[in-house]
Write a protein that binds this ligand. Structure first.
Ligand code: NDP
Length: 287
């Protein structure tokens, strides 16, 4: 039997419509509109595409989006100075540093320079620490999108075994931390796998919910999936055949109970959660 398709694109549109209403209300009650600044260094084509779609999404829900474009040879000091200025600007609620940054820049230092109150990507150590302690402020957008999808699709996490493949700071690590928290959207038993995990399939086959955040096209095949499992494909891989996920969609959909497509799965939800975080930042700034 073919799996239920978890349509992230349609869900993202519904959440964005809700956010648009909340933005109207926010603007009516405040003298300012929620504002996101995207800092884009250099001319990486993929980064250009991502920033453009994030800005477009902002505008769709009625938020202001600004672009701070910098040349590829910008110095670290200059970049830090600009972030310092954005941190102090009361009209700016969220700051997004588009990754990757050029090699002369220490990305960690730059991400840590963003005020934790404007850190809508949730990468600042203060926000990471809060998440781990179960007192979240800004939660990274991709894991937040996954949790929101599970919640809104009625997929219970409590007591389920979630296997996450990939331990990046952006996806795997924060997601695992979120799913082990007490309460709604959490209470899962989580196994976090990575490239040093021997016999990966032995773990993935135990998953009630399997999350692939690996960056390898069609890596998860049908024989690695328990029949009826929920499969969340985070991967975005550019191949000659177009964009493909980390999951071999055509074979896995015959085994899984539910599955996200690529594109149209987690990607649109990630962008939507950036908007939600920006609105949260604006609310905190004006509270
Ligand atoms: P990273 O490259 O930072 O992390 C990849 C992870 O996969 C690492 O932990 C790595 O292990 C693990 N891995 C690599 N090879 C294997 C293997 N053979 N077996 C088991 N684990 C393996 O990637 P990201 O987390 O940033 O991104 C993952 C994918 O998700 C990419 O395709 C990216 O484009 C996509 N992505 C999509 C987003 C969206 O909005 N949908 C947002 C962010 C990312 P180790 O740590 O040992 O190296």
């Amino acid at each position: 039997m073919s799996a239920r398709i978890l349509d992230g694109k349609a869900l993202a549109a519904r959440i964005q419509a809700e956010l648009a209403d909340e933005v109207v209300e926010f603007i009516a009650n405040n003298t300012t509109e929620p504002t996101l600044v995207a800092v884009l260094v250099g001319e990486d084509p993929a980064s250009e595409v991502y920033v453009r779609s994030k800005r477009k999404a902002c505008e769709l829900v009625g938020m202001e989006s600004r672009l701070q474009r910098l040349p590829a040879d910008v110095t670290q000091d200059e970049l830090l100075r600009i972030i310092g200025r954005l941190n102090k600007d009361d009209e700016v609620h969220g700051i997004l540093i588009q990754l990757p940054l050029p090699p002369q820049i220490d990305a960690t230092r730059v991400l840590h320079a963003v005020s934790p109150h404007k850190d809508v990507d949730g990468f600042h150590p203060e926000n990471v620490g809060r998440l781990v302690q179960g007192r979240p402020r800004f939660v990274p957008c991709t894991p937040r999108g996954i949790q929101e999808l599970l919640r809104r699709e009625g997929i219970e996490t409590a007591g389920r075994h979630v296997v996450v493949v990939g331990r990046s700071d952006i996806v795997g690590k924060p997601l695992a931390n979120m799913l082990i928290q007490r309460g709604p959207g959490g209470d899962a038993t989580v196994t976090l796998c990575h490239s040093r995990t021997p016999n990966l399939a032995q773990f993935t086959k135990q998953a009630d919910i399997l999350v692939a955040a690996i960056g390898r096209p069609k890596f998860i095949t049908a024989d690695m999936v328990k029949p009826g499992a929920v499969v969340i494909d985070v991967g975005i891989n550019r191949t000659d055949a177009g964009l493909v996920g980390d999951v071999d969609f055509d074979s896995v959909r015959e085994v899984a109970g539910a599955i996200t497509p690529v594109p149209g799965g987690i990607g649109p939800l990630t962008i939507t959660m950036l908007l939600a975080n920006t609105l949260l930042a604006a609310r905190e700034a004006t509270a």
